[in-house]
Design a protein around this ligand. Sequence first.
Ligand code: NAD
Length: 484
Amino acid sequence: MRTLSQFIAGREHAPRSGEHLDDVAPATGEVVARVPRGGEADVAAAVEAARAALDGAWGKTSTEERARLLDAIADRIEARKDDLAALESLDTGKPLRLAATIDIPRAVANFRFFAGAIRHDRTDCHLTDGPPGPALNYTLRRPLGVVGLISPWNLPLYLLSWKVAPALGMGNAVVAKPSELTPLTASALAEITAEVGLPPGAFNLVHGLGPEAGQALVEHPGVAAISFTGGTATGARVAATAAPVFKKLSLELGGKNPTLVFADADLEQAVEGAVRAGFTNQGQVCLCGSRLLVERSVHDRFLEAFVARVKALRLGDPKDPATDLGALISLAHRDKVEGYLRLAREEGGRVLCGGERPALPAPLDRGAFLAPAVVAGLPATCRTATEEIFGPVVTVHPFDTEAEALAMANGVRYGLSASVWTRDLSRAHRVSAALDTGMVWVNTWLLRDLRTPFGGVKDSGVGREGGAYSLEFFSEARNVCVKL
Ligand code: NAD
């Protein structure tokens, strides 16, 4: 079994606590690694190393050199793609096929994309002509300094690289705190940064529990900004700690995203899209469409096809290329999801399929598997239909009018994304404008262009990441005004 290390100033270190946590493979219950239980002392050492990097070689790198390093990291991830996909699947329980086709290629794309983005970045210039001018204003973009990056377990390397690449690209030094449940690929990324010759201290990694290592990172006075992706309750805690000391904050939080199917949609495509939106990664994507709103005139026909497709999803061994759904992240998380299915029944819902633990051969019989569930008959305002479950559960609700569909879609505390299925162009634009979410997909789901703004409104977060939005977040604008 592997024992992971903290990665500080370009070297591996044991945690100052001397303690480790178990890293459990959710598909088998097997302990696959020992994770350092980091705390305040590790965070302090990492921030000190990051500061020293900024004051030393890293602080003097050119944009072109940083772009070259980001490309080199992308190349190394790509060269190790099979090994990294296997680690990601082992750590999360997700199908190996998903890790190999989505998670790892996207991590490569993130580094390549931000290498290109910083190479092609431009800066603002404002010419003042009237009194008291004339003057020339231009905007300098400076790194923030040491930035803290906190990431969740559902898309471990994918989401961590989405933060690390722009943070390094803009010249910051990083202290990353990945989820304690999925530490393996973060440690691999640390190895890769050393292999490509990233100056020591530019990238530091502190493993540990959220309330210990994560909290210490948010509290540390030497950390200028926190980019956090995780649950809404944790995000509130992070904000409460960081706001009084004026740290810059980006919060990418939970979702309870609607999929709206209008009667004029291509129903076959809508069924496929709704299944993908509902159950990709066992329903553990913040963007998952967990509320399916269907126009009444096609509701029964749509639901029949949808349930048939969900029943046909293959649940089982993550290593099997034929597997569609793997394990949930942990037995505790499965308990939580099952609790919501009990609540759904109490609230008057009918579970049309799924919700049971499948019978799988050893060692998968000890895994956190749960058959994907579709629930009908619930009021759109009940807890099951409004709280984030973050598992393979979709609730289905009929609607009669566009106004009713919008009221249901917007009637939750979350506002991350929505997906709208219609062939009526005017309706597509009208509904997209009226939805209270940060992102809307029309006739698709999770089609990502990395240049576009990513983030939510209401309880789904504050701020945007992606393309120029990330470059802006990870830098401080300074205006220089020259009197001509
Ligand atoms: P979580 O909030 O439990 O943990 C996220 C990270 O925060 C982990 O690294 C954890 O160790 C750390 N953490 C916990 N307590 C902390 C504290 N007090 N201070 C600092 N850090 C702390 O979330 P999770 O269960 O890992 O992930 C699932 C959640 O993430 C879901 O709600 C999901 O919707 C959300 N998510 C959002 C997005 C998005 O882009 N909006 C993407 C993926 C996941």
